[in-house]
Structures are given as C-alpha cells and as structure tokens.
Design a protein around this ligand. Structure first.
Ligand code: C2E
Ligand code: MG
Ligand code: MG
Ligand code: MG
Length: 275
C-alpha cells in the first residue's frame, strides 16, 4: 500500500516536472519572439539624492507583457534569456531604447541600464553602446551601466577589456547588488567602477537588524576610501531613508521615492523635498 502511494507520488512529480519543463520550453520559445512582437517594455525608477531629494537619474527595468500570462517580472525571464542567449539581442534592445528615452528627458538626468554577465562576454558590446549613444544623441555621461559581481567571475580578462572600452566612451559603471554575490573586495579595485549599489536586502532589514546597519556603514566606508559613492537600493520607509542618509549614502532608490513607471515623473515636475 505504501509502495503504491509512493509510486503515485512519483507519478505526480513526473507530471509536475513535465509540466514545468514544457512551460519553460514555451517561455524560451516565446521570449525569442518577444521583441518582434512588441511585448517588451521598459519602466523607469527614480534615483534621488538623499540630501536634497532631487531626482538625479532613472534605472531602466525590463518588463515582458505576455499576451496570455500578463506582465512577467525579470527575475523569471532574465535567467531563461541568459541561458538561451536571447539576452544578447534583448539587452541590445534595452540599451537602445533606454538611451532613446533618456535623450528626450530635460536637463542632465541620467539613465542606468542593467547589463547581464552574458552580454559582457560579447566583445562587440562597446560598439553597441557607442552606437546606442550616437543614434540617440544621448551624452555618454548620462548613461550608466549596472553589473553584478557574477559578471566578474566568468571571464575576467574579457570582462575587464570590455568594461575599459565602455569607460573610454565616457560611460559610467556601477556595481549592482553589492554584498550578496561572491563579494570580493579585490573586484572593487580591479574593475573600473564608478559607484556601488548596496543590495536592498541590507536596507530592508535595517530597522530590526543591527548587523544590517553595520554592513551599510562598512560598505559606505569602503566606498569612501576607494572614492566610490554608495547608493542604497530598496528604500521603502522613512526610517530606512533616515538610516541610509545618516550612514552617508549620497543617493538612494526605492518605492518610497518612486515606483518603476513607464512614464516617470520628470524632475522639473517633482520638486517636493524628501530630505
Ligand atoms: P536590480 O537591477 O537590482 O533592480 C532593482 C530591483 O528592485 C527592481 O526589481 C526594482 O523594481 C526593485 N525595487 C526597487 N525599489 C524597491 C523597493 O523599495 N523595495 C523592493 N522590495 N524592491 C524594489 P525588478 O524590476 O523586478 O528587477 C529585478 C532584477 O532583474 C534587477 O535587479 C536586475 O538584476 C534584473 N533586470 C531588470 N531589468 C533588466 C534588464 O534590462 N537587463 C538585465 N540584464 N537585467 C535586468
Ligand atoms: Mg540594477
Ligand atoms: Mg540592484
Ligand atoms: Mg537585483
């Protein structure tokens, strides 16, 4: 009897696995057509100066509006796109679209674009960045690329060369989600970063976890000694904003300041101080 139900379990798992595998194959296939089918969209989330509450830039975040499944978050489809290589054309689309959108913004508001480790292994990335800037007319100083530490593990030589070539265009580079990955302090020195973004997990636990605050303090100190501004991600409450401001983060990002939106409120219209 036990044996029987055991077999039943297996059958259940098999069906589940089949279902998941099939769903994944479908997503892979559909993702490849998502650009052409006009299903990809960018939303923009403000990055503010903690001292004055001014919007200093926006991070472009990708969304997939699936005809049957609705809006799919990047945490679901980016890993699939990375495994299949679809991230290369998708990432290029993101870069071009983000530059074109930002070129239409008044003032010197910048745009930050997330770049996958897979894109960094394609040697023509600097040429694509240069072309996205030329075609949009966006000044290079207004573009920032965000990369995570996993990007540095794959192929250090290629990644380093690609990052230097991008820097030579006048584009800035931020280390994203700092503190979560395979944080090697050596990476901060070996790679040409202009900014550190503290992962939101530290910010979100700062109210009830003393250690989180100490970690933020340590990262800000590290940034100071390396001359890298440290940005706090995922600020949702006033208390969190107060802590990251006190600890010396010159910029912050989070739902408290603004949700990612297709048509962000531009700084000229957003003079309310959050400081
Ligand atoms: P990320 O680059 O670290 O982006 C920040 C994420 O935190 C975004 O999630 C944003 O919506 C979310 N966020 C912002 N403020 C808050 C807050 O106050 N609280 C909380 N809980 N979350 C907040 P999203 O848009 O779902 O993106 C997730 C990740 O997907 C990004 O993390 C990035 O790694 C990746 N991603 C997004 N767009 C792209 C893209 O165009 N290309 C690549 N390669 N990756 C992307
Ligand atoms: Mg990012
Ligand atoms: Mg991040
Ligand atoms: Mg992230």
């Amino acid at each position: 009897r036990a044996k029987q139900s055991g077999r039943g379990q297996f059958r259940f798992f098999d069906t589940q696995m089949d279902h998941l595998a099939r769903e994944r194959r479908e997503l892979e296939h559909e993702l490849r057509q998502a650009i052409a089918a006009d299903q990809l969209h960018l939303v923009f989330q403000p990055l503010v100066s903690t001292a004055r509450g001014q919007v200093v830039g926006y991070e472009a975040l990708l969304r997939w509006d699936h005809p049957a499944r609705g809006r799919i978050a990047p945490d679901i489809f980016i890993p699939i796109a990375e495994e299949t290589g679809a991230i290369v054309p998708i990432g290029e689309w993101v870069l071009r679209r983000a530059c074109r959108t930002a070129a239409g913004w008044a003032g010197d508001v910048g745009v930050a674009v997330n770049v996958s480790p897979v894109q960094l292994l394609v040697p023509n990335l600097p040429a694509i960045v240069a072309d996205a800037l030329a075609e949009s007319g966006l000044a290079p100083e207004r573009l920032e690329l965000e990369i995570t530490e996993t990007a540095l593990l794959r192929n250090r030589e290629t990644t380093l060369a690609v990052l230097h070539a991008i820097k030579a265009l006048g584009v800035r580079i931020a280390m994203d989600d700092f503190g979560t990955g395979y944080s090697s302090l050596n990476n901060l020195q070996a790679f040409p970063f202009d900014k550190i973004k503290i992962d939101k997990s530290f910010v979100s636990s700062v109210e009830d976890d003393e250690a989180a605050r100490s970690i933020i303090r340590a990262i800000v100190g590290l940034g100071r000694s390396l001359n890298l501004p440290v940005v706090a991600e995922g600020v949702e409450t006033d208390a969190q904003r107060r802590v990251v401001t006190e600890e010396g983060c010159p910029q912050a990002q989070g739902y408290l300041f603004g949700m990612p939106a297709e048509h962000p409120v531009l700084p000229a219209m957003r003079l309310r101080s959050v400081g």
